[in-house]
Design a protein around this ligand. Sequence first.
Ligand SMILES: Nc1nc2c(ncn2[C@@H]2O[C@H](COP(=O)(O)OP(=O)(O)O)[C@@H](O)[C@H]2O)c(=O)[nH]1
Ligand SMILES: [Mg+2]
Length: 430
Amino acid sequence: MKEPGQKPTRAIVAAVQRPSVSDVEFEASLTELRQLAKTLGFEVVGRFTQKRAGFDAAAYFGKGKREELRRMPEQDAVDVVLIDHEISPSQQFNLAKEVGCEVMDRSMVILEIFHRHASSRYARAQVEIARLGYMAPRMREAAKEAGPKDRGRSGTGGRSGGESHGELDRRKIRDRIAELQEELDGMALEHKTQRARRREREGLARVALVGYTNAGKSTLMRALTGSEALVADKLFATLDTTVRALHPETVPRVLVSDTVGFIKNLPHGLVASFKSTLDEALEASLLLHVVDASDAGFGRQLAVTEKVLAEIGAKDVPRLLVFNKIDRGGDEAALRAKHPGCIVMSAKREGDVARLREAIVAFFQRHLVEAELFLPWSAQNLRGQIFATCTVLEERADAEGAVLRVRGEPEAIGRLREQLGEAGTIRARS
Ligand SMILES: Nc1nc2c(ncn2[C@@H]2O[C@H](COP(=O)(O)OP(=O)(O)O)[C@@H](O)[C@H]2O)c(=O)[nH]1
Ligand SMILES: [Mg+2]
């Protein structure tokens, strides 16, 4: 993987279309792979497809087609070929050798994304198990290729008792997986309490975007939180790229986080690690479930998302259903009738994004109360705190001080009242 600042990795997406797969399905899956590649920061510079009765046992594409593929890396300066299926270690190995550039299959691409998004210790362990499980048979393949010299390590010629290099590595992987699994079991409980504690510490105003890849989550994230540069100026520069504050800033401050997103063609072995990347969703006090209203299959996607959210224990987290991409199609009236309270919008329209922002702010301000605070001239040191924790709606000044009409969380106003208490009584006496 390349470091930031380097030229982006140039990739092509490639797939065999079997007769049982319709054109629509085939294209949807390739589009998703493109999207996943973009998530990894790759630049997709082409596509390569073949209609075939089945995958070639030796190297996925048919022989003639492989010849054709061989010319692409040189012509288009391709660094990596992304295969839209899970292929066997030997297929991957042979294809890479023949084509002369790196080959990544769908699982590998997805694992890499999960790896980057796993933020908690729990999620990282989960993803590492999946990665090791993926790598083990590939190492076996590499060891086989290395051939008999590999056995040299077993020492005195006799095979009994000795282990080849490959076997040793495999045993190490097995041990590591067992170790991680034990760690995970131990963490499951601790994990839950940690999360509750973190919520208390960091406040409740967190929104997480969930939904399928390509629904528009990252686009909405950018639209809601402002440009990267703007954010970097602020203290949020320390937050990781998937967590940003709502911009312009609000009271209370609302943090928005992006998730990996659901994947239509998720290889079975990756389900557990996928779920662990939804951690962000569990920490949120509001979920924005983003749905691509222009996608013919959105109904099923919506149901799957809800089911998985229930499975990971996020059933009771309040959510706002956001039907996006309405500019590309979809029946707005029908959506509203079927899903009361939903938002129907296009991330490409500023007005729509503003409405979504208002809905989020309204959610977090629903507990806010209005109050009048008297701030004597002698207690101006508290002014900063008032402005930081409340929205000041109105300010009137008189001879003794300022009267501020504010809106804020009841606890914040209570704290201010306590601190102002002494000063406030001065006025009451006079
Ligand atoms: N026409 C249209 N395109 C959109 C809209 N929202 C996002 N897109 C496009 O859809 C693609 C996927 O968006 P992205 O935010 O990366 O989706 P994510 O996978 O959910 O993060 C991008 O090409 C966006 O420009 C929308 O409301 N209308
Ligand atoms: Mg995204």
